[in-house]
Ligand binder design. Structure first.
Ligand SMILES: C[S@@+](CC[C@H](N)C(=O)[O-])C[C@H]1O[C@@H](n2cnc3c(N)ncnc32)[C@H](O)[C@@H]1O
Length: 245
């Protein structure tokens, strides 16, 4: 299975506009306030740091933020934005550093872009290894939305306004818990196609994978304002700590 998905120039040049339309700029303050509570004013590592949407404002609150990303184009966006955040090119499924962090976090569904169970486990293992003794791992992840597939296919409407129509076309690969997807973004007379593959995971499987690498669930919320995680939740924010002996 092709697991080499990388945000290319097309993704990067549309990322900030998409994140805004998707409501992810509007919630940055809440995201950062949540993460700051777990960073003990010390150090944090972001997995899939992107353009620094979260890392930059978190670093402006005095947290020493570092990050990993495998996309040159996204790292360039980050570099244009700040020199406060140290970031390096790497795969979040397999990284090592001597540094230990108070907080490691992986937000905005980045974790599901690791399209195999092995890659997801490797990511959790790498993250656990770089946490300090009291360190915390935070993962923000959508609840799988598997309703509405017909013959293994579904198209959803992500956003519509006067200028933009953004659709998401999915094909289900149930053996691998993968959705093979393309964002189709129509604006004016142009259409952009932004493909990706993702592995969906229910929260209990995520907990089981975390337990395999020595982490245990400490808290789970339905949003960054610490709303309850319920059967109606569309995503969860899961907080893991080292398993107590
Ligand atoms: C949805 S964006 C999130 C960016 C940023 N974390 C945010 O919240 O705005 C996913 C990011 O993860 C990066 N990424 C995806 N797979 C990766 C991998 N295997 N290793 C490192 N970075 C990865 C992408 O290049 C992209 O910057």
């Amino acid at each position: 299975m092709d697991n080499d998905f990388i945000y290319d120039e097309d993704w990067a040049s549309n990322y900030q506009h998409f994140a805004r339309l998707h409501g992810r700029i509007a919630e940055v303050d809440e995201t950062v306030a949540f993460l700051e509570d777990y960073s003990s004013g010390g150090s944090a590592l972001e997995l899939g740091i992107g353009d620094g949407r979260v890392a930059v404002p978190l670093s402006e609150r005095g947290v020493r933020v570092e990050g990993i990303d495998n996309s040159d184009s996204m790292l360039e966006l980050l570099a244009k934005r700040t020199d406060l955040v140290r970031a390096w090119k790497g795969d979040i499924a397999d990284f090592r550093t001597e540094q230990r962090y108070n907080l490691v976090y992986c937000v905005y569904n980045t974790f599901k872009l690791l399209a195999t169970r092995e890659a997801q486990l490797d990511c959790l293992r790498s993250a656990a290894e770089v946490l300090d003794d009291q360190g915390i791992l935070v993962i923000e992840f959508d609840v799988p939305a598997l309703e509405g597939f017909v013959n293994g296919q579904k198209t959803t409407t992500v956003f519509v306004d006067h200028e933009n129509t953004i659709l998401n076309a999915h094909v289900h690969d149930p053996l691998n818990q993968n959705l093979v997807s393309s964002l189709l973004w129509f604006s004016g007379t142009s259409v952009r196609r932004l493909p990706y593959r993702a592995r969906y995971v229910y929260h209990q499987e995520l907990d089981t994978m975390a337990e395999r690498v020595g982490l245990e669930l400490a808290e789970r919320w339905g949003d960054w304002a610490r709303g309850a995680f319920t059967e109606g939740s569309k995503r969860h924010i899961s907080v893991y700590r080292r398993t107590s002996l």
